[in-house]
Design a protein around this ligand. Structure first.
Ligand SMILES: Cc1cc2nc3c(=O)[nH]c(=O)nc-3n(C[C@H](O)[C@H](O)[C@H](O)COP(=O)(O)OP(=O)(O)OC[C@H]3O[C@@H](n4cnc5c(N)ncnc54)[C@H](O)[C@@H]3O)c2cc1C
Length: 218
């Protein structure tokens, strides 16, 4: 699976285009590692950018939330939206202030989201969210009731207009600056899970599942 997404006027990367990628394999790897996106949309000429969770299912990105959410009600009207996802891999310390940077992997998606109203599809979407963030959780928890499904809005955005941009490696200093006596390099950064904290109301005798004790991203 290495299908290219056609570049458009909107997704063509103009600054440092060699860092760009349009193949689904690269884009989906970033989407599957991250789980928070920022959704940009406009209501009555007012731009909003709202953070939210997501899951990728096939060639669609799903978002969900309360049926009362202004964001979800606005997006369900099939307005133009732009979603971004960012992973930070490191801080890049150059010899000059100008060339300091970050190593990152990011995706920008454009499109219009469609409401998922079928109950089974909705329930599958909620499973996808849960399993995307905490694999193996869904089979252990109480599943949503019809009332809970009704109170939840799920939207699906087709991944038809999207790009990835990736920076890796050392700082890129100006030739004459490599002689300066200052440390340069990369401070790697990653998302790490801490020690799980049991709910104060947890029943006695419930063992910590390995998918919790061994939780890792990527
Ligand atoms: C990491 C993360 C994951 C989230 N995951 C989800 C999810 O999966 N589903 C979901 O529905 N919501 C999620 N949220 C909450 C989401 O950001 C919105 O708050 C929520 O969707 C309500 O949207 P709304 O448009 O109805 O907000 P409204 O209450 O209508 O927003 C009114 C105003 O409140 C402010 N506001 C709203 N949200 C935020 C925020 N997060 N931070 C700061 N100010 C804010 C803004 O000024 C906004 O214009 C998540 C938030 C975070 C940070």
């Amino acid at each position: 699976m290495n299908r290219e997404i056609t570049q458009t006027e909107k997704t063509k990367i103009r600054r440092l285009p060699k860092r760009g990628a349009y193949d689904r394999k690269t884009i989906y790897k970033i989407l599957d590692e991250a789980f928070i996106c920022h959704v940009g949309f406009t209501v009555d000429n007012q731009p909003f950018v709202i953070p939210t969770g997501y899951a990728r299912v096939g060639d669609n990105l799903l978002i969900h939330g309360s049926a009362a959410s202004r964001m979800l009600r606005a997006l369900a009207r099939e307005v133009d939206i732009c979603i971004t996802v960012t992973l930070i891999d490191g801080l890049v310390l150059a010899r000059s202030a100008f060339h300091h940077s970050m190593n990152y992997r990011s995706v920008v998606i454009f499109g219009k989201a469609k409401l998922i109203s079928d109950e089974t599809e909705k329930s599958n979407a909620l499973k996808a969210f849960t399993e995307h963030i905490i694999p193996n959780r869904w089979s252990e928890i109480r599943l949503p009731t019809a009332k809970e499904l009704k109170a939840t809005t799920v939207l699906s955005l087709p991944l038809t207009e999207a790009s990835a941009k990736i920076r890796t490696g050392d700082p890129k200093d100006d030739d004459e600056d490599y002689a300066i006596d200052v440390w340069a390099g990369v401070i790697p950064l990653k998302t790490a899970a801490g020690k799980p904290i049991a709910d104060a109301k947890l029943k006695e005798g419930i063992a910590l599942p390995t998918y919790v004790s061994d939780y890792k991203r990527n």
